[in-house]
Design a protein around this ligand. Structure first.
Ligand code: G4P
Length: 526
């Protein structure tokens, strides 16, 4: 096997999906600890006690060091090279979060054992389902009073529509949490409390029926043996094919805070999670083993350096190898460009890594020519598909403070929408400019950037829009009829696509009922 293929096969590229406060930051920190990327937990910057104000976020965005290095974290473990892509979790939830999920090969779902399935997780799982992404599950906070875990699994199965295959099972909880039991190897991993900041010793007991196990569990032993029997009966056996199809998830238990159960999960993750998967383009599938370079842009991070209007475009490498100073074809504009200084992401190692292969993420400096969804190749005319716009859920009307700046405003909004920072809608019945976003912070970022980069002072007003759908109809006559009768609700988006803006969900349902042959789509490809 060539060195190149060996490197590609090592890659495990994933993101964490969870509801805020489930423990994503904490588990990220522990993963970096195992990957030797940090020496002691508690050193990951950005947030410790939860909420960040908008202004902090802006300041953070401007701090190149923090924002770039926490966007993608690369570390070695168990003979693999793991790429963890950050998905902003709190108020900074945005379309970026969704699109990041199009750049990974698998996801780790973190569930709060006391809370079970929460709504952000439902939304993110829906996105994963679009691509049948394989999902690992970690049920967190076993050091607390948590719910009956069989109930939590039922909830995952019924709400998230994915079968659960527990690999480990928790022994007790809260003060009486003793560790986790591996259902497949008949091994107890014994909880080592008070080791949250370091890598705890790997203490194991072989055999649930062993004397050591009986001693550890004491009075609880018999009950636990029964519980395991129940769990085996009520759950699914791990099945690689179903996992790979996104229909079944292996489930692990532990506490990220106390750094327990994470190692067991990470081990199986590096064993089972898929390496780089083939990626669809408009013409053909691109295999990660192909030697010619290709990749697509899934995220543009703004305001890294406001003075230079410099932005970083994040590219998922889909085939071949990036090397410094290589030439790539920017397919949409049909030009070859030399990439001298792409950013690579070895966590904890400040040295610039000069190579990246299929499965890796690199950051290109963008001066305005790169858009979300752009494809780069070594000459071939390819267009990667599957990097969508998501129907926004929040809307605002933009008003200028100085009406003479209309041109700048339009230009700014057009560019920001091409970049994916927001979505722009221009209603057919008036000259309003309506912005749509998935996360509320996107609006603040847009105002700030209009001011800094386009010298436009704008304000927001309420607008009576609840949701948007992209409209399509293969029957032209019907489409014209539809357009005539729905002028009030129609708009053109930043990419020139016809969009239906619904004031209420009920209005949307009625329109869908009335026009069964018109497609109302909640995603649109770039
Ligand atoms: P997030 O990124 O998913 O939003 O969650 P984060 O890791 O920030 O964790 C949210 C809160 O839950 C934090 O507490 C964190 O310490 C706590 N936490 C994470 N994992 C565990 C766990 O296994 N057990 C327990 N008991 N708590 C856990 P916080 O009070 O918001 O912040 P902090 O001030 O304690 O850091």
């Amino acid at each position: 096997m060539s060195d190149f293929i060996q490197e590609v096969n090592k890659r495990r590229t994933f993101a964490i999906i969870s509801h805020p406060d489930a423990g994503k930051t904490t588990i990220t920190e522990k993963l970096l600890l195992f990957g030797n990327a940090i020496k002691m937990a508690g050193t990951v910057k950005g947030k410790k006690s939860g909420r960040m104000a908008t202004s902090d976020w802006m300041a953070m965005e401007q701090d190149r060091g923090i924002s770039i290095t926490t966007s993608v974290m690369q570390f070695p473990y168990n003979g693999r090279m793991v790429n963890l892509l950050d998905t902003p979790g709190h108020e900074d939830f945005s379309e970026d979060t969704y699109r990041t999920l199009t750049a990974v090969d698998s996801c780790l779902m973190v569930i709060d054992g006391a809370k079970g399935v929460e709504d952000r997780t439902i939304k993110l799982m829906n996105v994963c389902r679009m691509r049948e992404t394989p999902i690992f599950t970690f049920v967190n906070k076993m050091d607390r009073e948590v719910r009956d875990q069989i109930e939590v699994m039922d909830e995952i199965e019924s709400i998230l529509k994915i079968d659960c295959a527990p690999i480990t099972w928790p022994i007790g909880m809260a003060k009486s949490f003793k560790g986790v039991y591996n259902l497949y190897t008949d091994t107890i991993h014994v909880f080592q409390p008070g080791k949250g900041h370091t890598i705890p010793d790997d203490v194991r007991i072989q055999g649930l029926e062993s004397d050591e196990a009986k001693e550890l569990l004491g009075d609880y032993h018999e009950e636990f043996v029964d519980e395991i029997e129940l769990v085996r009966g009520a759950s699914h056996e791990f099945d690689m094919e179903e996992f790979m199809a996104g229909q079944q998830t292996p489930v692990f238990f532990g506490t990220a805070l106390a750094n327990f159960g994470v190692r067991e999960m990470l081990y199986y993750f590096t064993e089972w999670a898929p390496g780089p998967l083939p990626r669809p383009t408009e013409n053909r599938e691109v295999e990660p083993s192909e030697e010619k370079f290709s990749g697509f842009i899934f995220k543009i991070q703004a305001n890294m350096d406001p003075k230079h209007r410099d932005r970083i475009a994040f590219m998922r490498v889909c085939s071949g190898k990036y090397t410094r100073n290589m030439k790539m074809k920017h397919v949409r504009i049909g030009k070859d460009i030399k990439i001298a200084d792409a950013v690579t992401f070895m966590a904890g190692d400040r040295e610039q890594v000069e190579e990246a292969v299929s499965g890796d993420i690199i950051g290109l400096h963008n001066h305005g020519t790169i858009q979300i969804g752009d494809t780069f190749t070594q000459g071939e005319e390819l267009k990667f598909t599957g990097v969508p716009h998501f129907a926004p859920e929040l809307f605002k009307r933009v008003r200028l403070k100085d009406p003479l700046k209309m041109k700048q405003l339009q230009k700014g909004l057009q560019q920001l929408s091409e970049e994916g920072a927001t979505q722009l809608f221009m209603p057919q019945r008036n000259n309003d400019l309506i912005l749509g976003a998935v996360g509320v912070l996107q609006f603040d970022v847009v105002l700030q950037r209009l001011k800094d980069e386009y010298k436009v002072d704008a304000i927001y007003e309420h607008v009576n829009v609840n949701t948007a759908r992209w409209v399509e109809c293969s029957d032209n006559k019907m489409l014209e009829d539809f357009k005539r009768k729905n002028v009030e609700n129609l708009a053109i988006d930043g990419g020139g696509h016809l969009t239906y803006l619904a004031p209420t969900r009920v209005n949307l349902s009625l329109a869908e009922e009335r026009w069964p042959d018109v497609k109302f789509r909640n995603t649109r490809e770039h």
